[in-house]
Design a protein around this ligand. Structure first.
Ligand SMILES: [Mn+2]
Length: 319
């Protein structure tokens, strides 16, 4: 675990000392950031610690709404807060919001590209998820972990490791899962809530995206895109379509998938790979970041076609 701290590294005491804690989750929230925030939030509720979980967006991943206190996540900043805890954020810009200055920041994360922006930084890039790291913190600091907290952690670990299949999953991951099970979590109940509540809109939108599939570099690189009008036509939530990337990555010859979609007149690019290329390197060319196998960036051009050309140029894979 890499740590670089101005203050002593203790989350429990920090929570106790703060008058009001703001727990912040990243833009385009995934299950890892939301689950970590809610694990902390449930602890705070159980111990009567004043706090809020913040996300800038209104449309949060709906499939996570079975997690306790999900409905309390807000996009409204409280008037007063004296501690900010970032979860699963490689840098402070992963949250598109200005916060008050001179406030103590705790940074809990597992991204290799983390820039240690906190006063307390608990960063471990050997972990498959921030949720796994948060469990380690809870254990080290003797937090009482309730079933609600354990359920949140399990969801973060499950989702960020794509059901325990990514390279950083190790023996420790399964030891932690064993501990979570002994705290009473119910994996089949979680799976049903997490995986079997798709909207019909999703199955109207995904074929349109699949139709955009192009292969490059003899099939090693696949590109797909989402047109904003398909969101209107189908009523799909943008995040509901993310699964399309994993579908394409299942094609045997494909090593990298690049998924493009327009956001605020820029182009958002998600990159997924099978491990032969470092995608965070590619994303960093466009001020993005992430992990070796999963990275992203936003390119300041208005056309998907342009962004695609720029990314393919950087990929420039030997075939
Ligand atoms: Mn994560």
């Amino acid at each position: 675990m890499k740590t670089k701290n101005i203050e002593k590294q203790n989350i429990k005491d920090s929570l106790k000392e703060a008058r009001y804690t703001l727990i912040v989750t990243h833009t385009n929230p995934d299950a890892d950031t939301i689950s970590c925030a809610l694990a902390l939030s449930n602890y705070c509720y159980e111990h009567k610690i004043k706090h809020k979980v913040f996300n800038t967006q209104k449309d949060l991943p709906r499939e996570l709404n079975f997690l306790n206190k999900f409905d309390k996540i807000t996009n409204q900043l409280p008037k007063f807060y004296d501690l900010i805890i970032y979860v699963d954020c490689a840098n402070r810009y992963r949250v598109k919001q200005e916060f008050k200055n001179d406030i103590k920041i705790i940074n809990i994360d597992h991204h290799q590209s983390n820039d240690f922006f906190g006063d307390i930084n608990i960063v471990d890039d050997t972990k498959a998820s921030t949720a796994e790291l948060l469990y380690e913190i809870f254990e080290k600091e003797n937090f009482t972990i309730s079933k609600d907290m354990a359920t949140c952690l399990y969801v973060g670990i499950y989702d960020d490791s794509i059901a325990f299949t990514t390279p950083r999953v190790d023996q420790r991951t399964f030891q932690i899962l064993d501990k979570l099970l002994s705290l009473g979590i119910n994996p089949s109940y979680i799976a049903e809530n997490l995986l079997q509540r798709d909207s019909l809109a999703k199955y109207r939108a995904i074929p349109k995206i699949l139709n955009t599939l192009e292969l490059h570099f003899e099939g090693k690189v696949a590109t797909i895109y989402l047109k904003p009008k398909w969101i209107e036509q189908t009523g799909v939530g943008v995040q509901e379509c993310d699964e399309v990337v994993d579908m394409i990555l299942k094609i045997s010859i494909v090593q990298i998938v690049a998924y493009f979609r327009k956001v605020d007149n820029k182009v958002r690019v998600s990159l997924r790979g099978k491990g032969r290329y470092d995608l965070s390197d590619i994303a960093s060319n466009f001020n993005g970041g992430g992990h070796k196998n999963a990275a992203g960036c936003t390119i300041d051009v208005s056309k998907v076609k342009e962004a695609k050309k720029m990314v393919l140029n950087k990929l420039n894979i030997q075939v």
